[in-house]
Design a protein around this ligand. Structure first.
Ligand code: NAD
Length: 327
């Protein structure tokens, strides 16, 4: 029988009704944990977790992490934060508060409960990187006053807080720097490249590529990231991170667009638009540390992951159309 990583643990997942969080809640329940999902539904959706309501080991709490939370838990996964540029730029002050006040509140909770705490940090802490691929010892190249700064600097400050709580209060911390992740339950209007391209293709609309599409990204399927987060949480207390979690396979945005056009069987043409401000030119993780310390690496290849994601969007767009017609 395979050993369950988190059996019997009381686990808090903040942002548990979001894209990544909902998959994580499911995986933790499968692993035998009692899961408390705390979410203010800023970008999260009940549809993402509705299947879990019948499970007696799952509990949902409507809560904003910028306020303190008093619960008893053994482990905390701190995922609460809008992650897509359109969402985090909508109310940038709230975005910074969520990262910074949210981290302080969740670290305070971890300190009181003596819980282990994991931060969902991001490759955005590297900004527009001047080294390639990015390793964890690279300090980044971030604009502190740009339109993405509420997210990038908020996440950087959260990392600082995690390490200060670790040094000052001996807290058991884990910091994961997550690179671009995709999969079912992304939102169709979140402005992220994978969801954008898929929705445009399924609607036979032009696929909007920024610049000439020569900027590169690495895309990791959601189940791989969830597995990495759980491995990091279960790792020895001496392993704090930051550790990169992502898929090192690199594609240009133009290549991605062509793949999605082909996999959807769409007739959409590519349409080139001006590059947004502070759009990083290249982004690719070095996952040597995750491989060495956690024995983790991604296993789902891009074509297989895109097929699943396309199937999800086909279904959810059909449902949306049905609901709109019924109104
Ligand atoms: N998806 C990615 O590619 C990616 C990459 C790097 C890092 N991350 C990080 O992973 C985490 C989850 O990202 P996601 O893609 O699932 O995004 P998401 O927007 O789908 O999920 C975020 C969740 O946090 C909730 N939330 C936001 N503000 C909150 C607050 N103040 N209090 C309580 N809940 C709040 C939202 O309602 C939502 O359910 C985020 O912290 C994000 O920064 C994601």
């Amino acid at each position: 029988m395979t050993k369950k990583i988190g059996a019997g643990r009381r686990v808090l997942v903040t942002g548990g009704a979001g894209f990544l969080g909902s998959h994580l809640c499911e995986a933790l329940l499968d692993d035998g944990c009692d899961v408390l999902c705390a979410d203010n539904f800023y970008t999260g959706r009940k549809e993402n977790i509705v299947r879990l309501f019948a499970d007696p080991h799952f509990e949902l709490l409507r809560h904003d992490v910028t306020f303190p939370l008093y619960v008893e838990v053994d482990e905390i996964y701190n995922l609460a934060c809008p992650a897509a540029p359109t969402h985090y730029q909508y109310d940038p002050v709230q975005t910074t508060k969520t990262s910074v006040h949210g981290a302080i509140n969740m670290l305070g909770l971890a300190k009181r409960c003596r819980a282990k705490i994991l931060q969902a940090s991001t490759s955005e802490v590297y900004g527009d990187p001047t080294v390639h691929p990015q390793r964890e010892d690279y300090w980044g190249n971030v604009n502190p006053i740009g339109v993405r700064s509420c997210y990038d600097e908020g996440k950087r400050c959260a990392e600082t807080l995690f390490f200060d709580y670790h040094r000052q209060h001996r807290l058991r911390i884990k910091v994961a720097r997550i690179f671009n992740t995709y999969g079912p339950r992304m939102q169709e209007n979140d402005g992220r490249v994978v969801s954008n391209f898929i929705v445009q293709c399924l609607r036979n609309e032009p696929v909007t590529v920024f610049g000439r599409g020569q900027q590169t990204r690495s895309f990791c399927y959601v189940s791989d990231i969830v597995h990495g987060l759980m491995k990091l949480m279960a790792s020895d207390d001496t392993i704090t991170g930051p550790v990169n979690l992502g898929n090192p396979g690199e594609v240009t945005i133009a290549e991605l667009a062509r793949m999605i056009v082909e996999l959807t069987g769409s007739e959409s043409p590519l349409e080139y638009r001006a590059l947004p401000r502070d759009d990083p030119g290249r982004r690719k993780p070095d996952i040597g540390l995750a491989q060495a310390q956690l024995g983790w690496w991604p296993t789902v290849d891009l074509t297989a992951g895109l097929r699943d994601t396309i199937a999800y969007f086909r279904n959810s767009l059909d449902l949306t159309a049905v609901r709109t017609r019924a109104r």
